[in-house]
Design a protein around this ligand. Structure first.
Ligand code: HEM
Length: 108
């Protein structure tokens, strides 16, 4: 008989013991004087020797992308109440389309 032990990161990421009020969008929970989440409690890229080797690359790309979207554009969601599903990661049901308005756009 084989035993499969399944773990999923949401059980950890939504655990109020590690993340008080887990449904709240609160980026400040990742800030502070070296006070980030406890080791192995925030694990979007896994952990240990098989941790995602693309982690720093992915984080850097997302940072550059977000920087450009936020500094160059005003943006709004096409479907403000768009639902997210877990399958097994968070997926926007309609593909999360947004409208972008360049900050430096001038009407002639
Ligand atoms: C936001 C983007 C990404 C997320 C959230 C992510 C997440 C993960 C997770 C959770 C694992 C399993 C780690 C474990 O078993 O503990 C993994 C493994 C892996 N990821 Fe990523 N990843 C991302 C981007 C990337 C990129 C950009 C690359 C390559 C360029 C990459 C290459 C890999 C590889 C090769 C593994 C298997 C590592 C192994 O089993 O030894 N990932 N990733």
């Amino acid at each position: 008989m084989k035993l499969h032990l399944h773990w999923n990161m949401y059980a950890t990421h939504k655990n109020p013991d590690y993340f008080p009020d887990p449904e709240k969008f609160d980026p400040s929970r990742f800030q502070g004087q070296g006070q980030g989440p406890a080791p192995y409690s925030y694990v979007p890229f896994g952990g240990g020797p098989r941790m995602c080797p693309g982690k720093e690359y992915a984080r850097f790309k997302i940072l550059v992308f977000m920087h450009n979207v936020v500094t160059r554009f005003k943006w709004e969601m096409v479907f403000p109440d768009e639902k997210m599903i877990m399958d097994p990661v968070l997926i926007p049901t309609k593909g999360l389309p947004i409208r972008l308005f360049p900050h430096n756009h001038h009407h002639d």
